[in-house]
Unconditional design. Structure first.
Lengths: 839, 226
C-alpha cells in the first residue's frame, strides 16, 4: 500500500511538472487563482472599508462606545474599564443659564477631559461668522469655554470675552462650529457650552438634585470594545445605556447599514462567480483526464490508485493556485489599505496575511466541492476507452455534481456574508435563474434549429455555419448560455443595486435636504410663521407636537411592573413627542396594520414606529397609555410604521389619529431647507417670535455628505474588483469551448471555408449565445434587484433601460470578441497546422 | 500439458442501440497456446477492437467465459482485472496512448512502477528498452516532441519493459506511413521473439497479419480461422 501511495503522489508531481501544455489544467489553475484573489481582495476590502466606516461612524459619537450613567463613574466600573484595555473619559452634561444685562439664555453645558474627542474632530471658529474655521482634536483648556454662536448672538458676546457660568467666569476661546457627538435629535436644543472637567466644580452647578447626565466615552481596538460591550451589557442598571456610533446617529447608521449589506453582496457575488468559474473548468479538466485514466487502468492501475493520483494532482493545483491567489489578494490588499487610508483620512492597522484564510478556505472548498466530484466521476471511465471511445460510454451524473456544487456555494455564501436573508435571496435568484436560463437556452436552440431548416441555403455560408455549430453543440451551447447567464446576472445585479444605492444616497443628501428645524412655535404663531416662510419662498410642513410620558401597556402600569419598566427603558424615562397628521408621510412606510381611515376622536388610535413596537413587544390591536399634562390618554395601535430617519425630516415615534390630542396645548415644529441667502428671513422671524428656537443641522448634513461621498468611492472600488473577476469568468467560459471551436474551424478551413465565413460563423454563434445569456441575465438581475431594493436595502428602485442596453451590449461584445480572438490562431496558420495542433 | 495462454468460450457482446440491441460479437471461441502469435483481421466496424477489449479483460462480455494465463477473468471485477494485468499483459495501440505530460522515460517507467518495481530499477529498465528501440537520446522528450514512429517505439518499449506474458496490439501501424510501420513491426516481432511473448494482433493489413503463426477473420460477429 505504501508503494501505491508514494507512487501516486510521485506520479502526480511528475506529471504536474510536465503539464505546461495541459489546457484544461491551466484554466482550472487560473480560475482558482482568480477565485481566491477575488474573494480575498473583496473580503479584505470589505473588512477594511467596514473598519473605516466604523471609525468614521465613531466620529459621530466622539468615541467607539458611550456608556450613559446615572452618576459619575464609580471605582469598580473604572477598574473594569481599565482592565478591558480601553481608554475612557468622563463627560458630564447639565443645563444652565448664562445671563448678561437681564438677557437670559438657556444653555447645555458639556464638560470633557483632555482626550476629547476620542474619535473625530471639533470644528472651531475664532472670528466672526463667515471667518475661516479650524479643525482640532482637542478639548478646551481649563478656564476657557467653546460656545455656540447662538449664545454669543443672544448675549452680545465675542470670542475673547468672559462668560459667567454659575460661580465662575470662563474665557470664550472659540465658537463651537461643529461638535462631533451632537447628534440630530431635536431633544438637544439648547445651545452648547463646552468646558473642561476641571472647571465643573468651580461652577458650583452640580449640587444634589442637579439635572446632570453622566457618561463615559470609550475607545479602543475593535476586539476590546466589542468584548467590553458584551461584558457591560448584561450588567446595565436602570437608567444606564450603551450607545454605539450607529445607534447615536440614525441617518448615518442607515447609510452605514446599506453600505455594509452592499459589501456583503459584493463578497457573495465574488464567491458565486468563483464557483461558476471553477465549475466550468472542473468539468473540462475532468474530461481531459479520461484518456489518462483509461490508460492507467489498462496498465494495471486500480481505482484506488487512480483516485489518489487525481487527488494529489488536485492538491498540487490547489496549493499552487491558492498560493498565487493569496499573493495577488495580498498585493491588492496593500493597495487597498493605502487607498482607504487616504479616502477616509484615517490610519488602519497593518494588513494581515492571516486575515486571508477565508479566501484560502474558499479556494479549497471550491476545489473539493466542484472539481473533485467531476474528477471522481471520471474514475469510472472504462479501460476499453484506450481502444475506441465508443467502447467507453459511461453515464455522467452531471446533476449530482451540480447539486454538490450548489450546496457548496450556499455554504460559502452564508459564511461570506453571515447574512442568511441576503444569502437566501441571492441563492434563490441563482437557482431560479439557472432553471430559467436552461429553459431559455433550450428554447433558443430549438428555435435556431428551426430557423436553420427554414432558411436552408437562402443565407450566406457564414450564418449557416454559425447556426449549424450552435445546433451541433447543443448541450455545450446550453451549458455556456447558463454559465454566461449566471455570471452576467450576478454582475448586472451588482450594477443595478449599486445604482439604486448611490441614487438613494444622493436623494438623502439632496441639495434641498432640510438644514434647519424651527421648534416651539405656538398654535397662534403657526399661521403667521407659515405666511412669512411662504412669502420668502421657503417650503415648510408644520407638525403639531404634544409631550407625553408612556405610563401603561395594554392596561398594565409600567411603574407597577419592573419587568415591563426594564423592557420599556428609555421610552418611559423621558417624555415623548406625540403628534398627528392626516396623511402618511413619504419617508414612513406601514409594515403592519393600516393608516387611519377616518378620524373618530372618541375612538383613539395610534400609529407607532417599529422600534417602539419591538421594544414594548406590542402589535396592532394592543393599547398604550400616555400621561399628557396629568391626563391619561389610551389609544389602540392601528398601524406600525418604519421611518426612514435618513430623510432628516421631522418624524415621530408615536402618531395619534387626528383629533384625539386637540384638547392639549400643542406647539409646532417644522424642518426646512434654508438657502444661504434666506438666513435673514429666519433671523428676523426668531427676533419677532423670541420663543421660537432654530436648530441648525447643516453640520450633521455635512457629516453625512462626507461619509456618503467616501462610502460611494469605497463601493465603486469593491464593485470594480468584482467586475474584473466577473470578466475573467466570462473569458474562462469562452475558453471552455475553445478547443472544440478550434478543431471545427480548422476542419472547415481544410474543407475550403473562407476566413470571412469562419469569422461570420463565430460572430453569429457568439452573438446568439451572448444575447440570449445577457438578455435573460438582465431580466433576472433586474427582478432580483427590485426584491433586494425593497426587502433588503429598503431603497427606491428605478428601472434603468439604458443600463440594460449597455450591459447587454458590452457582455455580447465581450463574448463575440473573445470568440473571434480564439479563432485568430486558426486563421493565421495553414489548415494542416491547425488540425495537427487541435488534435 | 500446460493450460492455454488464452481461452475464450462462447464470448458474446451485445450493446443497446436506441430501443434495439445490437450483437457485435456472437459466440466467439478461441484458444491460444503460450508463445503463439495470432492475428485477427476484419473490415472496419466488424468488432475487432471490441473483441480485443474482451480478450484483454478491458471490457466484460455479455455472455461467455474468458480465461487468460490460466485465470478466469469473467469472475473478476474491474479493479481485480487491472491488478491481475499488472506486469503480465502488454499493449500497443494504434494511437500510441502515451501520457502527454510525461517524458518518454517516464512513460516507459510507469507500468513498472505500477507493478511495484523499485523506481531506480524501473528507470534503469526503461532506459535500456528505450535504447533497444533506438531512442537513447530522446528519453527526456515528451510525446509532442516526438514523431509518430518515435511515439510508437516508446509504446513498444513500454509494452515490453514489463516482460509481459501476453501482448495485445491494436492496429500498431494504423497511424504510421508504410516504411515507419514496417520498421515498427520488425521491432515488435523481434522483441516478441526475444521474450517469447504470446501475441494477439488486430489489424486490417493482410501482409502484417500474415506474419503471425495463426490468422483469424472476424465477420458478422463470428470468428473464422484461416
Amino acid at each position: 500500500m505504501k508503494t501505491d501511495r508514494t507512487s501516486a503522489m510521485r506520479l502526480a508531481w511528475r506529471q504536474l511538472g510536465r503539464s505546461r501544455r495541459d489546457g484544461a489544467g491551466w484554466i482550472l489553475l487560473i480560475a482558482l487563482v482568480v477565485a481566491v484573489a477575488a474573494v480575498g481582495a473583496v473580503s479584505q476590502m470589505t473588512d477594511r472599508v467596514r473598519s473605516a466606516m466604523v471609525r468614521q461612524g465613531a466620529a459621530t459619537l466622539a468615541a467607539d462606545l458611550k456608556l450613559d450613567l446615572r452618576a459619575p463613574l464609580d471605582d469598580e466600573r473604572a477598574r473594569q474599564l481599565d482592565a478591558a484595555g480601553v481608554q475612557h473619559h468622563a463627560v458630564t452634561v447639565f443645563p444652565s443659564v448664562v445671563s448678561r444685562d437681564d438677557e437670559i439664555t438657556l444653555v447645555s453645558v458639556k464638560a470633557v477631559e483632555d482626550s476629547y474627542p476620542m474619535r473625530g474632530t471639533v470644528t472651531l471658529r475664532r472670528g466672526a461668522p463667515g471667518s475661516p474655521t479650524e479643525v482640532v482634536s482637542d478639548a478646551p483648556d481649563p478656564g476657557t469655554a467653546w460656545v455656540a454662536q447662538r449664545i454669543l448672538d443672544a448675549q452680545q458676546l465675542e470670542v475673547g470675552d468672559e462668560l459667567a457660568l454659575g460661580d465662575t467666569r470662563l474665557t470664550i476661546a472659540a465658537v463651537l462650529a461643529v461638535e462631533p457627538d451632537r447628534g440630530n435629535g431635536f431633544a438637544n436644543i439648547a445651545p452648547r457650552v463646552l468646558i473642561h472637567q476641571a472647571d465643573v466644580a468651580a461652577t458650583g452647578l452640580l449640587g444634589p438634585g442637579s439635572r446632570a447626565s453622566y457618561a463615559e466615552l470609550i475607545a479602543g481596538t475593535p476586539d476590546a470594545v466589542s468584548a467590553l460591550r458584551a461584558e457591560l451589557e448584561p450588567e446595565l442598571q436602570a437608567g444606564e445605556r450603551l450607545q454605539t456610533p450607529a445607534e447615536s446617529n440614525r441617518a448615518l447608521s442607515r447609510a452605514l447599514e446599506r453600505a455594509d449589506v452592499f459589501l456583503d453582496l459584493a463578497a457573495l457575488v465574488a464567491v458565486v462567480l468563483a464557483g461558476v468559474a471553477i465549475a466550468l473548468t472542473a468539468r473540462q479538466h475532468a474530461e481531459s483526464r479520461l484518456d489518462e485514466i483509461a490508460l492507467l487502468k489498462t496498465l494495471g492501475a486500480a481505482r484506488g490508485l487512480i483516485a489518489r493520483l487525481l487527488a494529489w494532482q488536485l492538491v498540487f493545483v490547489g496549493v499552487i493556485g491558492i498560493g498565487l491567489g493569496l499573493a495577488v489578494a495580498g498585493l491588492a490588499q496593500l493597495g487597498i489599505s493605502r487607498f482607504i487610508a487616504r479616502a477616509f483620512e484615517i490610519e488602519l492597522p497593518g494588513a494581515s496575511w492571516l486575515a486571508l484564510w477565508p479566501a484560502a478556505a474558499t479556494g479549497a472548498i471550491l476545489l473539493a466541492g466542484f472539481a473533485w466530484p467531476a474528477l471522481s466521476q471520471a474514475r469510472a471511465t472504462p479501460p476499453a476507452r484506450v481502444l475506441a471511445r465508443s467502447l467507453a460510454e459511461h453515464g455522467s451524473r452531471t446533476r449530482l455534481i451540480y447539486a454538490a456544487a450548489l450546496v457548496n456555494v450556499i455554504a460559502l455564501a452564508a459564511a461570506a456574508t453571515r447574512d442568511l436573508t441576503l444569502t437566501a435571496w441571492v441563492v434563490a435568484a441563482t437557482v431560479g435563474g439557472t432553471a430559467l436560463l436552461w429553459g431559455a437556452a433550450l428554447l433558443l436552440l430549438a428555435g435556431v434549429e428551426r430557423l436553420r431548416q427554414r432558411l436552408g441555403h437562402r443565407t450566406g455560408p457564414g450564418l449557416r455555419l454559425g447556426l449549424a455549430a450552435l445546433s451541433r453543440r447543443r448541450n455545450a451551447s446550453a451549458l455556456q448560455i447558463v454559465a454566461f447567464g449566471i455570471g452576467l446576472t450576478m454582475l448586472f445585479m451588482l450594477v443595478i443595486v449599486r445604482g439604486d444605492l448611490l441614487a438613494g444616497w444622493q436623494a438623502d443628501i439632496a441639495a434641498d435636504a432640510p438644514n434647519r428645524f424651527l421648534i416651539n412655535i405656538t398654535r397662534e404663531q403657526q399661521p403667521q410663521v407659515a405666511d412669512r416662510l411662504e412669502s420668502a419662498g421657503l417650503d415648510a410642513d408644520f407638525y403639531p407636537l404634544v409631550r407625553g410620558r408612556l405610563t401603561a401597556v395594554d392596561g398594565t402600569h409600567i411603574e407597577d411592573n419592573a419587568e415591563l419598566a426594564e423592557q420599556a427603558g428609555e421610552l418611559t424615562r423621558r417624555e415623548l413627542n406625540l403628534s398627528w397628521i392626516d396623511d402618511l408621510k413619504n419617508d414612513n412606510r406601514i409594515v403592519a396594520g393600516q393608516w387611519f381611515e377616518e378620524s373618530k376622536p372618541d375612538e383613539p388610535k395610534m400609529s407607532i414606529d417599529t422600534s417602539v413596537a419591538e421594544r414594548l413587544d406590542v402589535g396592532v390591536g394592543d393599547s398604550l397609555t400616555f400621561d399628557i399634562t396629568g391626563t391619561p390618554i389610551t389609544a389602540t395601535v392601528e398601524s406600525i410604521r418604519e421611518i426612514d430617519w435618513s430623510s432628516l425630516q421631522a418624524n415621530f415615534y408615536v402618531l395619534f389619529s387626528p383629533g384625539v390630542l386637540d384638547e392639549f396645548a400643542a406647539t409646532y415644529i417644522t424642518s426646512l431647507y434654508v438657502p444661504a441667502d434666506a438666513h435673514g428671513t429666519i433671523a428676523t422671524l426668531v427676533r419677532e417670535f423670541s420663543n421660537i428656537s432654530v436648530i441648525d443641522i447643516a453640520a450633521i448634513l455635512d457629516q453625512l455628505t462626507t461619509l456618503i461621498d467616501r462610502l460611494s468611492v469605497a463601493i465603486e472600488l469593491v464593485f470594480g474588483f468584482t467586475l474584473a473577476a466577473g470578466l475573467v469568468v466570462l473569458l474562462a467560459a469562452m475558453q471552455a469551448s475553445r478547443a472544440e471551436r478550434l478543431r471545427e474551424a480548422a476542419l472547415l478551413r481544410a474543407l475550403g471555408a473562407r476566413s470571412r465565413w469562419l469569422r461570420q460563423a463565430t460572430v453569429a454563434e457568439c452573438l446568439l449565445i451572448g444575447l440570449c445569456a445577457s438578455l435573460m441575465a438582465a431580466v433576472i438581475a433586474q427582478t432580483t434587484s427590485v426584491v433586494l431594493a425593497v426587502w433588503v436595502f429598503d431603497l427606491d428602485y428605478a428601472w434603468r433601460p439604458h443600463l440594460w442596453l449597455i450591459a447587454i451590449g458590452v457582455a455580447t461584445a465581450v463574448i463575440a470578441v473573445s470568440g473571434l480572438l480564439s479563432l485568430r490562431d486558426v486563421l493565421r496558420q495553414p489548415a494542416w497546422a491547425s488540425l495537427r495542433a487541435a488534435d | 500439458m500446460s493450460s492455454p495462454a488464452l481461452e475464450a468460450v462462447d464470448l458474446s457482446k451485445t450493446i443497446a442501440s436506441g430501443e434495439r440491441s445490437l450483437t457485435i460479437l456472437d459466440g466467439i471461441g478461441l484458444s491460444l497456446n503460450t508463445g503463439d502469435s495470432l492475428s485477427i483481421v476484419g473490415t472496419s466496424g466488424s468488432g475487432k477492437s471490441t473483441l480485443l477489449a474482451l480478450l484483454a479483460g478491458l471490457d466484460v462480455p455479455t455472455r461467455g467465459r474468458l480465461s487468460l494465463l490460466g485465470r478466469d477473468l469473467t469472475t473478476l471485477d474491474e479493479d481485480a482485472r487491472a491488478a491481475w494485468r499488472t506486469g503480465q499483459v502488454g499493449f500497443v495501440f494504434q494511437s500510441f496512448q502515451l501520457l502527454s505530460g510525461l517524458s518518454a522515460l517516464d512513460n516507459v517507467t510507469l507500468p513498472l512502477e505500477l507493478a511495484g518495481t523499485d523506481l531506480a530499477e524501473a528507470r534503469e529498465t526503461a532506459q535500456a528498452f528505450l535504447s533497444q528501440v533506438g531512442l537513447a537520446d530522446r528519453v527526456t522528450h515528451t510525446p509532442r516532441q516526438l514523431s509518430g514512429g518515435e511515439q510508437q517505439r516508446v509504446a513498444l518499449a513500454r509494452a515490453f519493459a514489463c516482460r509481459p506474458k501476453i501482448l495485445f496490439a491494436d492496429e500498431p501501424t494504423g497511424n504510421l506511413d508504410g516504411q515507419t510501420g514496417a520498421a515498427i513491426i520488425d521491432q515488435l516481432f523481434a522483441l516478441n521473439a526475444e521474450q517469447g511473448t504470446t501475441l494477439v494482433l488486430v489489424t486490417h493489413d493482410e501482409t502484417l497479419a500474415a506474419r503471425c503463426a495463426r490468422r483469424c477473420r472476424l465477420a458478422d460477429g463470428r470468428l473464422h480461422e484461416d
